[in-house]
Design a protein around this ligand. Structure first.
Ligand SMILES: NC(=O)C1=CN([C@@H]2O[C@H](COP(=O)(O)OP(=O)(O)OC[C@H]3O[C@@H](n4cnc5c(N)ncnc54)[C@H](O)[C@@H]3O)[C@@H](O)[C@H]2O)C=CC1
Ligand SMILES: CC(=O)C(=O)O
Length: 377
């Protein structure tokens, strides 16, 4: 198979979908890898390293997209990339379609076979989301601590406190991968940490892991309001796989927060859980203020620590991509139920139930979608 790796174009997106080490694995199995010149630079990988690994270096994104049978990316395609879509092209990347109807429409209309990293499953886990959730969860508290500083617009408190002065409070809504990693960092900094989750079992596990270092609360509007009002840093870490994130933190709750407190809504890639966040921000301009509270809503947080993130991401994506390249996309998903769950769009139809529900569109299984005749729009 011919695999294309274009350079990422989202603001400050320094990750790349394949490392030179990954190229070696593809080439060893007889595949051809086209890498756009400069695609790896943000992650510290030089064009020469890709060439030595056996990749073909290509000038410009157009030839990569047009020549490849499968395009591997990190972030969802931006509007300027929609023109590259074509029937039968396999796209393997983060998609986050629930809050992106225009992208879903473009993929459907052009007949792309689109597999979203974020809905691939392995048992009850999301193996291609987990490493980036680990990164973003850890970053969230680091960022919260930074924006609490007066010189960054915050209330001017140190999360750790000092002897004789209270510690800061970190409230985390959602105790999955992001939430657990945020808690590790917040505990490490010495903050007073509360985790809110809908699952009592999950709270039990967190209690077993962290013991008296955290407070746990079951998720309901009363407890969320309490955790929000107390927070110096509030982390949004809820996920319903594939679906648009529920707005659990209302504007009224945000109004109860202290001026100069910070919200880091990591769940923004699925639309975010905070009612007062009406914009996705970028690493260039990451925060805005509402009701005196700083809101951080960057949808590609790991892109800022690309050397760590690219390796963590490609460690898990490349083995799946090798299956797709080796068997062809359809056979690969037919033989791997977890990968099948990653197929969001096939043959002009939405094949992920949560995405179809979020967009108010009809859901098809992949088998149903592939059995229909595709009409190019
Ligand atoms: N902004 C960014 O750059 C990044 C964003 N993310 C996003 O972070 C979000 C969280 O991801 P993960 O932690 O990996 O998901 P996860 O599935 O590991 O955890 C989600 C947690 O939310 C809980 N939950 C569900 N409904 C809830 C409710 N009503 N109240 C409280 N808790 C509830 C679940 O029980 C689960 O424990 C996702 O949207 C993911 O895509 C991940 C990486 C980077
Ligand atoms: C999960 C995701 O969207 C990211 O890592 O950018």
């Amino acid at each position: 198979m011919i695999i294309g790796v274009p350079k990422e174009i989202k603001n400050n997106e320094n990750r790349v979908a394949i490392t030179p080490g990954g190229v070696v694995s593809f080439v060893k199995e007889g595949h051809k890898v086209l890498v756009e010149k400069g695609a790896g630079l943000g992650s510290g990988f030089l064009d020469e390293e890709y060439a030595q690994a056996g990749a073909e270096l290509i000038n410009g994104a157009a030839e990569v997209w047009n020549s490849a049978e499968m395009v591997m990316k990190v972030k969802e395609p931006l509007e300027s990339e929609y023109g590259y879509f074509r029937a039968g092209l396999v796209l393997f990347t983060y998609l986050h379609l629930a809050p992106e109807p225009a992208l879903a429409t473009a993929l459907k209309e052009k007949g792309v076979f689109a597999i979203g990293y974020e809905t691939v499953t392995e048992g009850r886990t999301l193996p291609l989301l987990t490493p980036m959730s680990e990164v973003a969860g850890r970053m969230s508290v680091q960022l919260g601590a930074q924006f609490l500083q007066k010189n960054h617009g915050g209330q001017g408190i140190l999360l750790a406190g000092v002897p004789g002065v209270s510690r800061g409070k970190v409230s985390i809504i959602g105790g999955g991968v992001v939430g657990t990693n945020a808690a590790k960092m917040a505990i490490g900094l010495g903050a007073d940490v509360t985790i809110v989750d809908l699952s009592a079992d999950r709270l039990r596990q967190l209690d077993d892991i962290f013991g008296a270092q955290i407070n746990t609360l079951i998720s309901n509007p009363y407890n969320i309001a309490k955790a929000v009002a107390e927070a110096d840093v509030l982390v949004g870490a809820v996920l319903i796989p594939g679906a648009k994130a529920p707005k659990l933190v209302t504007e009224e709750m945000v109004k109860t927060m202290k001026a100069g407190s910070v919200i880091v809504d990591v769940a923004i890639d699925q639309g975010g859980i905070v009612e007062t966040i009406d914009q996705v921000t970028t690493h260039d301009n990451p925060v805005f203020e509402k009701h005196g509270v700083l809101h951080y809503s960057v949808a590609n947080m790991p892109g800022a620590v690309a050397k760590t993130s690219t390796i963590a991401l490609t460690n898990v994506t490349v083995p799946y991509a090798l299956q797709i390249a080796g068997k062809g996309a359809l056979k690969a998903v037919q033989e791997n139920e977890g990968l099948l769950n990653g197929v969001n769009i096939a043959n002009g139809k939405i094949t992920c139930k949560a995405v179809a529900d979020a967009l108010g569109e009809e859901y098809y299984t992949v088998a149903q979608a592939m059995s229909q005749e595709f009409t190019l729009i």
